[in-house]
Design a protein around this ligand. Structure first.
Ligand SMILES: *Cc1c(COP(=O)(O)O)cnc(C)c1O
Length: 373
């Protein structure tokens, strides 16, 4: 039976429980029994919902959709080697976070949720606001009071209420969790359905490689929506016998904010408290990733590792990708910088490497102006 399961205690709850944590306050995962036959989806439309059979939403769900494409897996010659990139900046709100929001908000809408709260000043907030708008669900987004107004425009434009919270990013999360006592917490960190959405990254990549897995997948590591989702997807495909191995996951952090890289290098199971500095890759600048332990576990299980990239490498990667015609945002460029580091120090000849362009540069034109100068 499909159910929610507490990571810490193993307590289980029905899939349809409108809860975002366990009774003991722990993180929830999904415990799923899946069946999937690749042959049976061949004629389905090329969008995220072609994998619906493995998206166990707890009710007969009408997808809340803005037209989530199967994104191109494009070969790019990077530093003399071919790397394939999923062009996920082509999603409706401009980032791959739409994968998670589409599935999470579809589940919420099917269960009759009328209001959601969320905390994010960035792409997750945009995605949740957009899908809530599409579903006719009222949406409130909590953000740190010092968030730049430009970043809030897209969220506000979708009709979401923005609540400015004084203090740290942690204070903002606490305010959202308080509001979530009597409202649905549409959190990209806590809600396990969000990861059901991001796992479609793995299904798409394998389908685009004729149901084979690449050797290596290079992904950003902030809160882990992509790393965890991708690992869940690859693990499912492996367990169902559809792919022969789980690719190694290479997780990229900004050196200026690298609690997981530091923990990985130290052999630790939990993120390490680190000094942080501002980084161009603000989308992955997460000093205390709530699912950090899980991220370390999955990356290790995949046989992968963490990398840390310097600001100059991020700037260089952005210039290089933009000059090739891919107008990505600075956080995306950090992943590309990780690809460069991996190619220089770790890659084997002929290794099949997949990475991702996570977000559109159109979201941060001002910042990019400074970076290209
Ligand atoms: C969210 C995001 C990331 C990082 O994802 P995490 O879930 O925080 O690990 C990377 N790039 C972009 C553009 C993002 O929006």
């Amino acid at each position: 039976m499909n159910q929610l399961i507490c990571r810490a205690t193993g307590e289980t709850y029905p899939l349809n429980d409108l809860r975002w944590c366990s009774d003991s306050g722990g993180l929830l995962d999904l415990d799923l029994k899946l069946h999937f036959d690749p042959d049976r989806i061949k004629r389905r439309r090329a969008n995220l919902w072609r994998y619906r059979k493995v998206l166990p939403l707890g009710a007969p769900v009408e997808p809340v959709s803005l037209g989530e494409p199967v994104t191109p897996l494009t070969a790019v010659a990077y530093q003399g080697q071919e790397v394939r990139f999923k062009q996920d900046y082509l999603f409706p709100t401009g980032s791959y976070k739409d994968r998670g929001a589409a599935v999470m908000i579809s589940q919420a809408a099917a269960l009759g949720v009328k209001r959601v709260v969320q905390d994010s000043s960035g792409n997750a907030g945009c995605s949740v606001a957009a899908y809530a708008a599409r579903a006719g669900i009222a949406c409130e987004i909590f953000v740190p009071a010092d968030t730049s107004p430009a970043k809030l425009t897209q969220i506000r434009a979708y009709g979401a209420q923005v609540r400015l919270v004084p203090g740290s990013r942690e204070d903002t999360a606490a305010a959202a969790m308080e509001a979530a006592r009597d409202t649905f917490y549409a959190s990209h960190v806590w809600n396990p359905f969000f990861f059901q959405g991001t796992k479609t990254f793995a299904y798409e990549v394998c389908e685009q490689l004729n149901w084979d897995a690449p050797d290596t997948v290079i992904l950003p590591a902030g809160n882990g929506t992509l790393i965890l989702g991708a690992f869940i997807g690859f693990r499912e495909l492996h367990q169902m016998g559809i792919i022969r191995h789980i690719p190694r996951i290479i997780a990229v952090q900004a050196a200026n904010c690298a609690p997981l890289y530091t923990a990985f290098e130290a052999g630790a199971d939990d993120p390490v408290a680190v000094e942080t500095d501002k980084t161009l890759a603000e989308g992955i600048a997460i000093a205390l990733p709530r699912r950090g332990k899980q991220m370390l576990e999955y990356v290790r299980e995949s046989g992968g590792k963490f990398l840390a990239v310097e600001e100059e490498e991020i700037r260089e990667a952005l210039r290089e990708m933009v000059s090739k015609g891919y107008f990505i945002e600075p956080t995306s460029a950090a992943v590309v910088a990780g690809v460069g580091q991996y190619l220089r120090h770790h890659a084997e000849p002929g290794e099949r490497i997949v990475s991702i362009m996570t977000g559109s540069g159109l979201k941060s034109v001002e910042k990019i102006t400074g970076m290209l100068a």
